[in-house]
Design a binder for this molecule. Structure first.
Ligand SMILES: [Zn+2]
Length: 120
C-alpha cells in the first residue's frame, strides 16, 4: 500500500485552538488523510514551515496545503492585525505555489470565537 495522504495542515501551536482545529481538520480533510504541522505563529516562520510542507509533499505526496493563522497570536504580538495576517497568508501561498508546483493552497484566519474564515 502506498503511504500517502492528501493534505498538510499548518497552524500555530496555541493550545486554546487545538480542540477546534482538530475537529475541523478531521471533518474537512479527514477522508484523504492529513499531515499536521504546528509552529508558533503559523506562516510567520515561513522558511521553517515551507521545509515541512516540502517534506509532506516528498514523503506523502500531499496535493493540498492548508495554512491557518489565528487572532490574538502571541508570536505576532501587537503587530498581529487582521490585515497583517492576511498579507502573510497570501505571501505564504504565493511562495508555496512557486516552490511546489501542482499543489492547491487554502488560507484561513481563525478567530478567537473559533470561526475559520476563508482568506482569498
Ligand atoms: Zn499563535
Amino acid at each position: 500500500m502506498a503511504h500517502t495522504c492528501k493534505t498538510v495542515v499548518v497552524t500555530c501551536i496555541d493550545f486554546r485552538f487545538q480542540p477546534e482545529i482538530h475537529r475541523w481538520v478531521e471533518e474537512k480533510y479527514g477522508e484523504g488523510g492529513f499531515d499536521r504541522v504546528a509552529y508558533a505563529g503559523g506562516v510567520k516562520s515561513l522558511e521553517t514551515i515551507l521545509e515541512q510542507i516540502k517534506l509532506a509533499r516528498k514523503l506523502h505526496h500531499i496535493d493540498t496545503v492548508v495554512l491557518v493563522n489565528h487572532e490574538d497570536c502571541g508570536a505576532y504580538g501587537e503587530a498581529g492585525t487582521r490585515e497583517k495576517h492576511g498579507e502573510d497568508l497570501k505571501a505564504a501561498k504565493e511562495r508555496v505555489e512557486r516552490e511546489i508546483p501542482g499543489v492547491t493552497v487554502e488560507l484561513y484566519f481563525l478567530t478567537l470565537d473559533k470561526k475559520f474564515e476563508r482568506v482569498e
